[in-house]
Ligand binder design. Structure first.
Ligand code: FRU
Length: 539
């Protein structure tokens, strides 16, 4: 440590190299007109993420790729910024980064809300909905009959379908709905995720049924028969097993294929409120059988989490991604039912997470899903700063050296895990009002953490800022890697190449304009570090 750092700064920043590079221009927008002119410039409005043009959004729904477009539908209430009669909002993108808002795709009728679900391309026109030799697009969703719910009897949720023959621009509800009626007295019977099971040439749908999930199958998306049940006695069970997803996925670097089952539950998140657990196993066309090694991690209430942060919920994956692309891409809802209706944004409320590629690896602990932000996000980079060989003890303000505000930025940092450090190290964002947000690693707990306890407006919820969120580290390597995205009012951490993920939102009353690196209880050594300024995907 040099004199300057000993006497003046408790921190040493030894080498900082700053450079600016220009990334390619964003692609031309798709042809359709936006649903309404929106500025995307309100307070807290996210610039790297999809958020609705106005009012309320929750779960992403019905995501698929077709004819060059990524389609995103979402639970939407266009008349209010709190949850209400559910519609399917709609947006498309040619690159998963720049989204074009389209008119609402599916409306509720009278008391029948359109809850979450999925959509597929019916390539063989098994449903007969297709015209002109083109495959129809078929959406499957839950019909939540509010009037029936009020009457009691718990049979108000059933599954319906709708189809489109114009690239998803307009949708027609099937006159034979519901295609899967409520079995009778099952209060929570929802969120159908339909897939084409290629090996067996059948449609299979996963449905939430109280605190377990069920698989049903069909030849034509209209006539459905129950196949099997999954989940009783496995994993976390604090809430309904909603928004399931089931899909085959190759073990990276091998020819082996396993099946993954995602389950969203609320509450149940280890840090509070809504969370996503998953299971790895095999599917034989009827039953999902959990992998014996994996099973050891999900006994007696134990669970394996896709994201440990409080703000990634109801995530499901895109259907019909071309084989030439081959990725399994997930988007979640970047909020939590604990406070989603009350977060301090009025004109718009809530957003989707960044799209992430899921990768299945065979690790020492068994099969695990790793998450990686999609590579298309690199388009938003328009300036870089490299930090090399930096020793940190205490706080170091790197705002000047960075040369740009950290409000919209991406970080790729590698720390050498010190022998003696007993506290925390990481990144701190702050503003002139001394509001702070911190993300980093807590050596004493062997856990990554997200600390929004002093991050600005916490008044809207008792639980939002009451605790630091923790995510147990699964790797044992000496190098701790952190890839972080900051977007005005959100943070996404992909630690150790995506083996541990945390997504959390925050609401500083002024933008976070200052950035520190910090280490407490010893020194931390940053061996590699790059920061990118990110440009808005909306302006
Ligand atoms: C999950 C969820 C789903 C339901 C939808 C209603 O966040 O509760 O189970 O279909 O939201 O908007």
């Amino acid at each position: 440590m040099n004199r300057l750092s000993t006497f003046l700064l408790p921190v040493l920043l030894s080498t900082v190299i700053l450079s600016c590079k220009n990334a390619p221009a964003p692609p031309a927008p798709v042809a359709e007109k936006p649903v309404q002119a929106v500025g995307y410039d309100e307070k807290h409005r996210l610039q790297l993420h999809f958020s609705p043009p106005a009012k309320w959004m929750n779960d992403p729904n019905g995501m698929f790729f077709y004819e060059g477009e990524w389609h995103l539908f979402y639970q939407h209430y266009p008349d209010s910024s709190v949850w209400g009669p559910m519609h399917w909002g709609h947006a498309v993108s040619t690159d998963l980064v720049h989204w074009q808002n389209l008119p609402i795709a599916i409306y509720p009728d009278s008391s029948k809300f359109i809850f979450s679900g999925s959509a597929v391309i019916d390539w063989k026109n098994t449903s007969g909905f297709g015209t002109d030799g083109k495959p129809p697009l078929v959406a499957m969703f839950t019909i939540h009959d509010q009037a029936l719910e009020k009457k009691g009897g718990n049979s108000h949720e059933s599954q319906g379908i709708a189809f489109s023959n114009d690239r998803g621009r307009t949708w027609t509800k099937f006159t034979g709905n519901p295609v899967i009626p409520n079995p009778g007295g099952v209060a929570d019977f929802r969120d159908p995720k339909v897939i084409w099971d290629e090996a067996r040439a059948q449609w299979v749908v996963a449905i939430a049924v109280g605190q377990h999930d069920e698989l049903w199958h069909s030849p034509d998306l209209k006539k459905w028969t129950k196949l099997s049940e999954f989940g009783t006695g496995l994993g976390a069970h604090d809430g309904v097993w909603e928004c399931p997803d089931i899909f085959p996925i190759k073990v990276v670097g091998t020819e082996e294929t396993k099946w993954a089952w995602l389950v969203n539950l609320n509450p149940g998140n280890p840090n509070g409120g809504s969370g996503t657990q998953y299971f790895i196993g095999d599917f034989d066309g009827k039953n999902f059988t959990i992998d014996p090694d994996f099973a050891k991690n999900v006994q007696k209430g134990k669970a394996v989490w896709l994201d440990w942060g409080k703000d990634n919920y109801a995530g499901v994956t895109f259907s019909d991604v071309p084989k030439t692309d081959g990725r399994r891409i997930l988007m979640g809802w970047m909020s939590n039912w604990e406070y989603a209706n009350k977060v301090p944004t009025e004109a718009w409320r809530n957003a989707a997470t960044l799209p992430r590629e899921l990768i299945l690896k065979k690790t020492g602990a068994g099969y695990r899903l790793f998450s990686r932000p999609v590579k298309e996000l690199e388009k938003l980079r328009d300036g870089t700063a490299d930090f090399l060989g930096t020793e940190i003890a205490g706080q170091v303000d790197i705002t000047q050296k960075l040369g740009f505000a950290p409000t919209y930025s991406e970080w790729s940092l590698e720390f050498e895990l010190p022998e003696k450090l007993v506290g925390r190290f990481g990144i701190e964002l702050s503003n002139a009002k001394n509001e702070k947000y911190r993300v980093g690693f807590d050596a004493s707990k062997n856990a990554f953490f997200s600390d929004r306890t002093k991050s600005g407006d916490l008044s809207f919820s008792k639980t939002f800022g009451s605790k630091i969120s923790l995510a147990t580290r699964s790797e044992t390597a000496k190098t701790v890697k952190m890839r972080v995205f900051f977007d005005n009012s959100s943070m996404e951490l992909f630690a150790d190449d995506g083996s541990v993920v945390m997504t959390e939102i925050f609401f500083p009353t002024d933008d976070f304009s200052k950035i520190n690196l910090f280490a407490e209880g010893g020194k931390a050594v940053l061996t590699k570090g790059t920061a990118y300024r990110l440009r808005s995907a909306w302006r």
